[in-house]
Design a protein around this ligand. Structure first.
Ligand code: PT3
Length: 422
């Protein structure tokens, strides 16, 4: 009996030590691939007609980047995903923007090249796979920052008054002024110069000669300001509250992103789970990746590169418990993505710890939290009462003056009466 127990204990310890575990569910969030600029600045020698498909479109380089990422995902999840595309296993959601929809399509070409009976045209290594989306004005999961949140606006105004923001504005004051002059922009600020960097970056990537004022030093300063603009969007000042209002709903993003992911993880981990879904893929933007990473408090402060990809993997351990591991692939030249661990947890984070640690950034009632806080409403009420009080005081004073005047003896009139009496 004793020896049986020892053998069992040995095998149990061995299986834990050898780390046998089963991958259960994967969330993939990636940025679209290389694109043309979103816009040009007024004095830009390159305008929309200089780009094959106009502004904001996925380039062939962007297509190659996502085809490569699709291949990488195929390799990483071989044995987890079925060999053939299986519609119950994967769900792909994209923002309703050409470059993200196209990125998802080309990514799927790399992830699910057709096998055997999937081939419908002998000379075509592609078969259709659905990519789901919602109209841009209904997008609550993947487009950031969400516009219809007054409290977030208020937090951004407060951010602009924070020491770090004011220091940055002061340090780069002359530089921003120079950029404004050279670009012909009417207004330039830390939050808007990112688009100048974006345009110049796209042009340089596509071999377009920059104007003489764009030296490497200027590009470097623009890059610093652009990354700072990404940092303040969901972090730097009141990060947790900004994330509750913006980033956390991916882990449910229409509850929002973070909350969605958490719901999916929990469903997949439920003991009676019959869930066939193995992977959710989100095709989105740099701001989406930043929103998620800020909500997880793992953002490295740099704009996510094209086709960068954040992976969240749910495992069932040999002892039955569930754990979460995260990876960030922001460099396709290295074979493995970087391991990312949630602050306060190890790389292999127990699901329950993961849920506990992310709980504070999940909004309970997004619509209510987005309203301007009660504190502000109270201030408004106080101001309102003060104004009413003043008006009332003026009115009473006026009334008092009128009454006093009426009570004064009507001397002239009684005198006339007296006269006629006599
Ligand atoms: O390049 O990832 C990106 C950007 O998010 C881009 O896709 C975008 O949509 N920018 C919005 C500019 C207003």
């Amino acid at each position: 009996m004793e020896s049986c127990f020892l053998i069992f204990a040995f095998f149990f310890a061995f299986s834990l030590a050898s780390g046998e575990r089963t991958l259960k569910f994967v969330t993939v969030l990636y940025r679209h691939g290389d694109r043309s600029p979103i816009k040009a600045y007024p004095t830009d020698p390159y305008q929309e007609s200089n780009w094959p498909q106009g502004f904001g479109q996925l380039s062939q380089e962007g297509m190659r980047q996502h085809f490569e990422l699709g291949h990488f995902l195929r390799k990483r999840y071989t044995g987890f995903l079925s060999e053939d595309y299986e519609r119950h296993e994967v769900f792909i959601r994209s923002t309703d923007v050409d470059r993200t929809l196209m990125s998802a399509e080309v990514n799927l070409a790399g992830l699910f090249p057709p096998n055997g009976t999937e081939v419908f045209q002998p000379d075509l290594k592609w078969h259709p796979i659905p990519v789901h989306t919602v109209p841009e004005d209904k997008e609550m999961l993947l487009s950031f920052p969400l516009e219809n949140c007054p409290r977030y606006r208020q937090l951004m105004n407060e951010t602009e008054k924070s020491d770090i923001f004011l220091n940055m504005t002061d340090t780069y004051k002359d530089f921003i002024e120079m950029v404004r002059n050279k670009t012909g922009l009417k207004a330039a600020s830390i939050e808007t110069v990112w688009s100048v960097h974006d345009t110049l970056f796209c042009e340089a990537k596509h071999g377009m000669q920059p104007p003489p004022w764009v030296t490497p030093d200027v590009m470097e300063m623009l890059r610093v300001l652009k990354d700072f603009a990404f940092q303040i969007m969901f972090g730097v000042y009141k990060r947790k509250e900004k994330c509750r209002l913006q980033g956390a709903h991916l882990l449910a993003l229409t509850g929002l992103l973070l909350e969605q992911i958490i719901k999916n993880l929990s469903t997949a981990a439920a003991s009676d789970s019959k869930q066939e879904l193995k992977m959710i893929v989100y095709s989105a933007h740099d701001t989406t990746v930043v929103a998620l990473q800020e909500a997880l408090n793992v953002f490295n402060g740099l704009q996510p590169p094209y086709a960068s990809c954040h992976l969240i993997e749910l495992y069932q351990e040999e002892n039955g418990s569930f754990s979460v591991e995260m990876f960030y692939r922001n460099d396709s030249s290295v074979p493995e993505p970087y391991a990312v661990s949630l602050p306060g947890c190890s790389q292999r984070c127990l699901l329950q710890d993961f849920l506990n640690l992310t709980h504070e950034v999940i909004p309970q009632d997004w619509t209510r939290e987005c309203q301007i806080s009660k504190e502000a409403t109270d201030t408004e009420i106080i101001i309102g009462l003060a104004v009413c009080g003043c008006l009332l005081f003026l009115l009473l004073s006026l009334l008092f003056v009128v009454l006093c005047r009426r009570r004064e003896p009507l001397a002239g009139y009684s005198h006339v009466i007296n006269e006629s009496d006599s």
